[in-house]
Design a protein around this ligand. Structure first.
Ligand code: FAD
Length: 386
């Protein structure tokens, strides 16, 4: 048994890092979060939170806050891009998977997560550059030359994770020539046109667009695309690169009138190169473990990147609680054994972009999973890969 409260340093204050800060604090761990950004910018994007992640968010006490301002779509609606024919619709009443399906502004979710962590535990302008493990402790070194020590470290530093580079080794992301254009804009610009009460994915032959409201008041419209386009210098995933609306409208000129109306109303957009990585050989090394995009980055096509990061947070806390801070490395191994089969399958299905396009395949393994109660000594629920 440890003779002191376990201390954990989390690198990265994104969705996964903040969720982990909340879950680890709940099991009595002393948590400090180190974020490279000097301040938190409000990124213009929507985000879908499915029932699997909403159960975790319920457990850390922010479900009610999210419900108050989020849009609750009636269904996942899949339509053919040009004709509008419905290929699959999955109504999402709360009773189906015991939690709501909510769509919101990414900044609102981040704010809600940030509010679960004491402000003096989140350290901004701390870009991690080095890690050293010795005698049961880990020393973190930051770009400003400062250092700190913790009993263990969680690398929640996203798809370009420095922690991953340090403990597993560098690798190059895979770019398959796809760009995600995205925008959030006032519904008022739609001149009274409604985008419907569902989250709609419009499928073309080689491109798609997902459209939904991000607020309960339905006063903000969001879309995100996947279109084939050359890389052209988008060497890293960047939330700030801007896109050209006329080029985007041209890319969807053959789509249904409802899609064209959204693109016609939208004043400007951002774009993001969609990058992927192969599943990692392992998620931890000694007293350092990875979480979220740092260990299982995926395309956004299933809307599960943040969701699985948030699931990770609950399972990690349960594994550490079970060893009462004593066998940290054993807890990390148990966490990976439970989580990796699920995230590996989700990475593969996301990459293939087949999820719910048509048919009536099972969705319960994905949305029905409860990271708080799933048996930890067996792999988390997963399906056959695409
Ligand atoms: P991030 O959110 O990327 O956070 C990493 C943090 O670490 C950042 O704050 C970063 O500044 C910090 N950091 C990086 N390096 C360092 C360092 N060296 N030192 C200190 N800090 C560092 N997911 C969903 O679940 N639903 C959706 O609807 C959805 N839509 C998406 C749409 C698009 C267009 C894209 C691109 C992604 C979408 N995702 C969605 C995926 C989701 O955004 C990511 O999977 C999620 O943000 C991953 O969370 P994370 O905490 O692992 O990483």
């Amino acid at each position: 048994m440890p003779d002191h409260q376990l201390s954990i340093a989390i690198v990265g204050a994104g969705m996964g890092g903040l969720a982990a800060a909340a879950t680890l604090r709940q099991v009595g761990i002393d948590v400090q979060v180190y974020e490279q950004a000097a301040r938190f910018a409000r990124i213009g994007a929507g985000i879908q939170m499915m029932p699997n992640s909403m159960k975790v968010l319920r457990g850390i006490g922010i479900e009610q806050r999210l419900r108050e301002f989020s849009f609750a779509p009636y269904s996942h609606l899949n339509r053919v891009g040009d004709t509008g024919e419905v290929t699959r619709e999955l109504p999402m009443p709360e009773s189906l998977y015991n939690a709501p399906y909510l769509c919101m502004h990414r900044g609102d979710l981040h704010d809600a997560l940030l509010a679960t962590v004491p402000a003096n535990s989140v350290h901004t302008a701390k870009k991690l550059v080095g890690l050293d493990q010795a005698k049961g402790h880990v020393t973190l070194t930051f770009a400003d030359g400062s250092r700190t020590t913790a009993d263990a470290v969680i690398g929640a530093d996203g798809v370009h994770s420095t922690v991953r580079d340090l403990i597993i080794g560098r690798d190059e992301p895979v770019h398959k020539g796809r760009i995600a254009y995205r925008a959030v804009f006032p519904s008022a610009l739609m001149n009274g046109k409604d985008i419907g009460h569902s989250r709609t994915k419009w499928w073309g032959t080689d491109r798609h667009i997902v459209i939904y409201y991000t607020t309960r008041a339905r006063n903000e419209v969001y879309f995100v695309t996947s279109v084939p386009e050359p890389f052209e210098g988008l060497t890293r995933e960047s939330w700030s690169a801007t896109g050209d609306m006329s080029q985007l409208r041209a890319a969807y000129e053959d789509f249904h009138e409802e899609v064209r109306a959204v693109l016609a109303a939208c004043p400007d957009c951002h774009k993001w190169a969609i990058l992927e990585r192969e599943p990692l050989p392992r998620w931890s090394n000694g007293r350092v473990a990875l979480l979220g995009d740092a260990c299982h980055p995926m395309t956004p096509y299933m809307a599960q990147g943040a969701a699985t990061s948030i699931e990770d947070a609950a399972v990690l806390a349960r594994c550490l609680q079970a060893v009462d801070g004593a066998d940290v490395e054993g807890a990390f191994a148990r966490y990976e054994a439970h989580r990796k089969p699920r995230t590996t399958v989700i990475q593969a299905i996301s990459s293939a972009n087949t999820w719910m396009r048509e048919g009536s395949g099972d969705t319960s393994w994905l949305y029905g999973y409860d990271a708080w109660t799933a048996p930890l000594d067996e792999p988390a629920a997963h399906a056959a890969a695409a």
